[in-house]
Design a protein around this ligand. Structure first.
Ligand code: ADP
Ligand code: MG
Length: 332
């Protein structure tokens, strides 16, 4: 099983940023309000993620490290309607097959925390008491130490950290309500307090997309036939190197999708008579049963059950919002 785990890990864990993605998703799923990410040497030496979420019971600690043990699917129907970010039950076991992993956690009603370590060997898990506030800390050290071929593919420290930073930023855009802090080699790189979209997202959007984007962007909030689209769309007068400001989330998960890109571009150009690339941060809320976001765990693919319907909804939502726009004012 160790080899199988290493192979499985290869599919999910390509680089340090992949580890960060899985662990931050777990923290979000655990209901965390605050997530702290500490990285050393581009994540190869250390990735430590601490959250104040629900924590893991002592009895479940070893289980959490076992392949296909997930607390997130209770039935087959759940699988069809997964609303959480992760559900495959293999992130922690995969990571523990290719790095030295320590999991420390405490639930609200436990008198103390518990810690378990795994380093890819088969020798069971030893669970020991440990000090910890409510929540979970996952420490991942020496990534790919036992898979040298994979380690060779890693880029310079700066490059790997760049991937991590980009990833944390886009995850921060997914969850305004969670405070986030990112440090690299003890230096603070990002600190975001909890914010809300209702309050204008001033801190979150301002910090991540620029206050110039925020000030001119058009607010979108449109609901029809069980779908909701909300967020920010830049006006064509807003000039910026564009490609880096196209964020589209489906049920809080970032996706890159042709159908989505096409609908947004069409609506934008139709109204603006403009060839410029649109800039946007948009959120689609849709019944989880109507979308498959797990086509490939590490990719940003998404499959809509009714693509045509989603496309038309996006087009008309944006078309109406933009057509009736007054800068800075919500429409829909
Ligand atoms: P999945 O997220 O797909 O269920 P993981 O391997 O990522 O699988 O995690 C396994 C299990 O460990 C989760 O189902 C959850 O019960 C528990 N877990 C992992 N990380 C956390 C966390 N930060 N807080 C609480 N529980 C966690
Ligand atoms: Mg997970």
């Amino acid at each position: 099983p160790q080899l199988i785990n290493q192979i499985a890990a290869g599919e999910v864990i390509e680089r340090p940023a992949s580890v960060v993605k899985e662990l931050v998703e777990n923290a979000f799923d655990a209901g965390a309000r605050q997530v702290e990410v500490d990285v050393e040497e581009g994540g190869v030496r250390l990735i430590r993620i601490r959250d104040d979420g629900c924590g893991i019971d002592r009895e479940d600690l070893g289980l959490a490290l076992s392949r296909h043990a997930t607390s997130k699917i209770a039935s087959l129907e759940d699988l069809e309607r997964v609303a959480t970010l992760g559900f495959r039950g293999e992130a922690l076991s995969s990571i523990s097959a290719i790095a030295r992993l320590t999991l420390t956690s405490r639930t609200a009603d436990a008198p103390c925390g518990w810690r378990v370590s795994a380093d890819g060997s088969e020798s069971g898990f030893e669970i020991q008491p440990a000090q910890h506030a409510r929540g979970t800390t996952v420490e991942v050290r020496d990534l790919f130490y036992n898979t040298p071929a994979r380690r060779k593919f890693l880029r310079a420290e700066k490059t790997e950290f760049g991937h991590i930073q980009m990833l944390v930023q886009r995850m921060a855009l997914a969850r305004f309500d969670v405070g986030l802090r990112l440090r690299h080699n003890q230096r603070e790189v990002l600190r975001l307090r909890p914010d809300t979209e209702e309050a204008g997202g001033a801190e979150r959007i301002g910090a991540l997309c620029g206050s110039d984007f925020l000030e001119q962007a058009l607010r979108v909030d449109f609901e029809a036939s069980g779908l909701r689209l909300h967020g920010w769309v830049g006006l064509p007068t807003f000039s910026r190197s564009q490609a880096d400001l196209q964020f589209f989330y489906v049920n809080r998960r970032l996706v890159r999708d042709k159908l989505v890109g096409h609908a947004v571009r069409q609506a934008y150009q139709d109204v603006m008579y403009h060839q410029r690339q649109p800039v946007y941060v948009l959120y689609l809320e849709i019944d989880p049963g109507l979308v498959d976001v797990n086509a490939h765990p590490a990719k940003l693919e998404v499959r809509f059950r009714e693509g045509r319907m989603v496309h038309d909804f996006l087009f008309s939502a944006l078309h109406r919002s933009i057509a009736g726009h007054r800068p800075g004012q919500a429409v829909g």
